[in-house]
Structures are given as structure tokens and as C-alpha cells.
Design a binder for this molecule. Structure first.
Ligand code: ATP
Ligand code: MG
Ligand code: MG
Length: 352
């Protein structure tokens, strides 16, 4: 088996490593933001857990390796203008958008989107950073010209995401749509394996297939969507394993991390079977408590990072065979978490 080298050494690389361990599939996360010559083998396969990094010695070594995967998809996705153009070209429905270029036309461009818009920096944004809400009559910031796009504000009923994988032969597999709750642009909680309208699942799989095929993509890709009047609009793509797929660690026979490795290492790609129902709850700037492990179905994933307010430092998966059992576990765990986090459980319970 090839060694899988991961650009980025955060939690996603760590969880890819954990997924490779039972098969003794070697996974090596690497910090690309350093000027050190690293020892790469010719038969290594290079993947990413982050979307861009500077042209450092290590960074360039990774990018220039002959087995660096998905360069095309990364190129398309790291700039929101290119990403939205890709979706338009492939006729994947997405929020109406404009490029903000000329300072003199900013207000006019924003007004063309309706009463309210979301201004997003073209590059570098994540967890809702580099975004501004605009409404008609409000001031426009001259700084937006040249570096941002704007999207119409979508009045969605909820948000879902599709996580899928494709291998070099073009075979593809998908998980069921996951329902996600973001607060201030950060994912707080996901619920998985709720009944989903068949057309939503079918459309989402068609669109993500089209995107992965077009890009000759290998590995796991996630597609975030808004649900509007029962139909889907694509929000954005993530060319990597994704936070909204973390529930698959205990909620499916094959996790998104293993699926990504299988696709990259040319191991068989088969459709994961889903186990019961799951909730994933992100630990944002707070640690976990040992008593949580006394609740049925609770699994703690701690990233070993230092605590900072709002920082993603771990997640908890709660997996149970039935919705009724999941509700019981959520109610028990709700009593044991910090007061500010109970809202995440209230949201999850409302979805069940
Ligand atoms: P991520 O951490 O997922 O990469 P991001 O910083 O790239 O996040 P987006 O996914 O573009 O940001 O937006 C974050 C959240 O803001 C969305 O999940 C959604 O809740 C809200 N949002 C973004 N765009 C719109 C829109 N056009 N209309 C309404 N809400 C939006
Ligand atoms: Mg994003
Ligand atoms: Mg997002």
C-alpha cells in the first residue's frame, strides 16, 4: 500500500491516521507552512486536509509531487469566484451571485441580488470568517472591491450536506444527507440518517457526481446545501473530509476517513451501511467530561489542541440504534454539558 501524506496537521489529518491504523496503512500529516525539506517517496500519495498554503519549501514539495491528488479541484475551490463559476458551468443550482470588482458599482451589484446579501472574501474564509451581511441602504465597504463575491441571502429552512467519494475508476459512493446547524458561520451540530425526501438525495448525488467526474476527483468531497421550499441549492464545496461527516466514525460501517483512504490507496470502494441514527456535537472552546462516557452511545473525539474561546477542539458522536434511544441519550447528555451548549441538544432533539 502507498503511504498517504496529508498536507496540514490538524484534526482531519489525525483522524485519517486513526482510520488507516487498523490496516497498518501509513498516514503522515505534514505541516506545509515551513521551510524544511521533507523526505517523500516516489510512490507516496499526497492529499490535503486544508485547502491552501504558502509556497514554502515543504509546501512546494507537496504540490509538485507527481502523486499530488486533486490539484484541479483545489484550484477551483480555493477561490469562491472560480468555485461558483464551476457550479454554474455544471448547471448545479447555487445562490445567485455577483463578483464585486469596480468600487463605483458595488452598491448597484449588491442591489441586483435583492434586499439582503452575504459578502464573502474570495479566498481564505472558513467557519464564517471573511463574510459580511449587507442589506439595501446599508453602507458598502470599498475594501470589498476586487477581493469578494456577494450572494443573495437565502431564506433556507435548514442546511444539509452530502459527503461522497470517488476513486480513479470513477466509482462513487455516498452517505445520506446530513442535517447541519451552524451558528455564526460555525458548525455546531449535525444529525444523520433522518428520513430525507428521495429527490433531494438523488439531486445531491447527481450534482456531486457531476462535479467529481468533471474534476477527475479522487477521495472524499463534501457539498454543503441550503434547503429552500424542499429543494436544494448548493452553498459550497469542500475537497476533503468534512466536519459534517464526522458522525460516520461510529454511525457507518465505513467512516468518511476510511473511505478517503480507500479511494486514494485504490482499495475497494463499497457503499457504507448506516448504523442507526447519529448526532455529532462540536466541542467549541470547551473540554469534555469523563461522566459523558456513562451515556449510551457517546463517543468522544478529542484533538489534543489547547483551549481557546470558540476553537474546535473535539467532537462527540452519539450513535444509537433507534430515534427513541437517541433522544434518551441526548436528554441525558444535555444535563451533563455546559449551560451554553444545551442549545445544541435542543436543536438536535427538535430534528428527531
Ligand atoms: P466552512 O467552515 O463551512 O468552510 P465558510 O466560512 O466557508 O464555512 P459558508 O459555508 O460560505 O462559510 O457560510 C457559513 C454559513 O453562513 C453557512 O453555513 C450558512 O449558515 C450561512 N450562509 C452562507 N451563505 C449564505 C447565503 N447566501 N444565504 C444565507 N446564509 C448563508
Ligand atoms: Mg468553506
Ligand atoms: Mg461552509
Amino acid at each position: 500500500l502507498p503511504r498517504i501524506v496529508v498536507a496540514g496537521n490538524g484534526q482531519l489529518g489525525q483522524m485519517l491516521q486513526q482510520a488507516g491504523a487498523p490496516m497498518q496503512l501509513q498516514v503522515m500529516p505534514v505541516e506545509p507552512n515551513q521551510d524544511i525539506e521533507i523526505a517523500l517517496h516516489d510512490d507516496d500519495v499526497i492529499t490535503v486536509e486544508i485547502e491552501h498554503w504558502p509556497d514554502t519549501v515543504t509546501g512546494l514539495q507537496l504540490k509538485k509531487h507527481p502523486n499530488f491528488r486533486n490539484a484541479s479541484a483545489l484550484h477551483a475551490v480555493i477561490d469562491r469566484q472560480r468555485q461558483k463559476s464551476l457550479l454554474d458551468r455544471l448547471q448545479v443550482p447555487t445562490a445567485p451571485w455577483v463578483v464585486l470588482e469596480n468600487e463605483a458599482e458595488l452598491a448597484e451589484k449588491l442591489e441586483s441580488l435583492g434586499e439582503r446579501a452575504v459578502v464573502k472574501r474570495r479566498r481564505g474564509g472558513y467557519d464564517g470568517r471573511g463574510q459580511w451581511r449587507w442589506q439595501r441602504g446599508a453602507e458598502v465597504d470599498a475594501e470589498w472591491a476586487g477581493s469578494c463575491i456577494a450572494e443573495a441571502m437565502i431564506p433556507f429552512s435548514h442546511e444539509v450536506s452530502l459527503v461522497g467519494a470517488r476513486n480513479a475508476k470513477g466509482e462513487k459512493v455516498f452517505y445520506p444527507l446530513t442535517r447541519n446547524w451552524h451558528e455564526n458561520g460555525i458548525l455546531r451540530t449535525s444529525v444523520a440518517n433522518l428520513p430525507v425526501p428521495a429527490t433531494q438525495q438523488q439531486h445531491a448525488e447527481e450534482w456531486l457526481s457531476r462535479i467529481m467526474d468533471d474534476q477527475g476527483y479522487i477521495g472524499v468531497m463534501a457539498m454543503e446545501c441550503f434547503v429552500v421550499d424542499g429543494d436544494l441549492l448548493v452553498n459550497e464545496l469542500a475537497p476533503r473530509v468534512h466536519n459534517s461527516g464526522h458522525w460516520t466514525q461510529e454511525g457507518a460501517t465505513i467512516s468518511q476517513f476510511e473511505l478517503h483512504l480507500r479511494a486514494l490507496a485504490e482499495l475497494p470502494l463499497i457503499t457504507p451501511e448506516i448504523k442507526g441514527v447519529s448526532v455529532m456535537y462540536n466541542l467549541l472552546g470547551r473540554s469534555w467530561k469523563p461522566e459523558w462516557l456513562g451515556v449510551d452511545g457517546v463517543h468522544v473525539h478529542w484533538y489534543g489542541k489547547s483551549l481557546r474561546p470558540g476553537r474546535k477542539v473535539g467532537h462527540v458522536n452519539i450513535n444509537r440504534p433507534t430515534v427513541e434511544q437517541l433522544k434518551e441519550s441526548l436528554k441525558s447528555l444535555r444535563e451533563l454539558v455546559d449551560a451554553e451548549d444545551k442549545i445544541a441538544f435542543d436543536w438536535a432533539l427538535e430534528q428527531l
